[in-house]
Design a protein around this ligand. Structure first.
Ligand code: 6PG
Length: 248
C-alpha cells in the first residue's frame, strides 16, 4: 500500500516497507523497458550510485521475468562516479557490476561506465561526454529514458554537491568536481542532461534522510542541489515510510 504526496512538481510515493518500494520500482523499470522493447527501441537508463540503490540492483538481478530479449534493450549509464579505479570498493561501477551486471545478460558493450583511468579527471568527463554523443538527442542534448538518482543528507544528487562549481555548469554535459566534504574527486552528469530526461526518479530510504527530505519538500529559502532537478512530467520520488516520516 502506498501513499501519494505532491509538493509542487515533486510527486512522492511513500511505500510502507523498503522491500515493497524496491519491488515497485523494479516493476516500473520492467514496464518502461518493456515499452521500449515493444517499440523496437533501446532503453537508455542512467543509474544512481551510493548505497541505497544496491538492493534495487540485486532485486533486478533476481527478477526471472526479465527475459534475455529484454536485457538486450538496456543501455546503461551512470549519473556519477568516484574518480577511483573501477576495482575500488568506492566505485559505483563495481557496486552495480557485483549486484546486477554479473548476474544478467546485458551486453557488455551496452554498459557505459564512466571512465576513471585518465591522468586528469576532467579528461574522463570529456571522454564520457563523447560517449553520450551516441545517445538519442532532444533539445540538442542526450535524452535518457529514465534517470535514477539518490539524495544525500545535504540535498546533493549525483555528484552535484552544495557549494560546488558543478551546480553552475550549463555547457558541459559531464564535469569533474572535487568534493571537499567527501575528500573525493567526482565525475558527474550536469543539470542540462539530467533535466533533459524523459523521466527522473529519486530513490530515498531510511530515517537518516527524513530531515533533508522534509526540508527539500517544504522549505524554499535554502536551495538544495536536488531542487535544481526539473522535468515536464515532474520529479518522481520512491521513498519508504522511514524517510517520509517528516512528510506524513
Ligand atoms: C554517489 C551517489 C550519490 C548518492 C547519494 C546518496 O556516488 O554517492 O551518486 O549521489 O546517491 O550520496 O547516497 P546513499 O544512497 O549512500 O545514501
Amino acid at each position: 500500500m502506498t501513499v501519494e504526496l505532491t509538493f509542487g512538481h515533486h510527486q512522492v510515493q511513500v511505500f510502507e516497507e523498503t522491500d515493497s518500494l524496491i519491488q515497485g520500482l523494479a516493476a516500473h523499470i520492467y514496464n518502461q523497458a518493456s515499452a521500449r522493447l515493444s517499440a523496437g527501441k533501446q532503453f537508455h537508463l542512467s543509474l544512481a550510485g551510493g548505497s541505497t540503490p544496491k538492493r534495487l540492483y540485486e532485486w533486478l538481478a533476481s527478477e526471472r521475468h526479465f527475459t534475455h530479449d529484454l536485457w538486450q534493450t538496456f543501455d546503461i549509464y551512470f549519473g556519477d562516479e568516484r574518480y577511483v579505479h573501477h576495482s575500488s570498493a568506492d566505485s559505483n561501477y563495481r557496486m552495480v557490476k557485483e549486484a546486477w551486471f554479473d548476474h544478467v545478460s546485458i551486453p557488455a558493450a551496452q554498459i557505459h561506465a564512466i571512465p576513471t583511468d585518465c591522468d586528469d579527471s576532467q579528461d574522463c568527463a570529456m571522454a564520457y561526454q563523447q560517449t553520450l554523443q551516441a545517445m538519442p538527442m532532444k533539445n540538442g542534448l542526450p535524452c535518457f529514458d529514465l534517470v535514477l538518482l539518490g539524495m544525500g543528507d545535504d540535498g546533493h544528487t549525483a555528484s552535484l554537491f552544495p557549494g560546488t562549481s558543478a551546480l553552475q555548469e550549463t555547457g558541459r554535459w559531464v564535469t569533474s568536481v572535487y568534493v571537499e566534504k567527501q575528500a573525493s574527486q567526482r565525475i558527474t552528469l550536469t543539470y542540462p542532461v539530467l533535466n533533459n530526461a524523459r523521466e527522473v526518479i529519486l530513490l530515498v530510504t531510511g530515517a537518516g534522510k527524513a530531515e533533508i527530505l522534509q526540508k527539500v519538500m517544504t522549505t524554499h529559502d535554502i536551495h538544495y542541489p536536488v531542487q535544481g532537478l526539473s522535468n515536464p512530467a515532474g520529479i518522481m520520488w520512491y521513498v519508504d515510510r522511514d524517510a517520509a516520516k517528516g512528510l506524513l
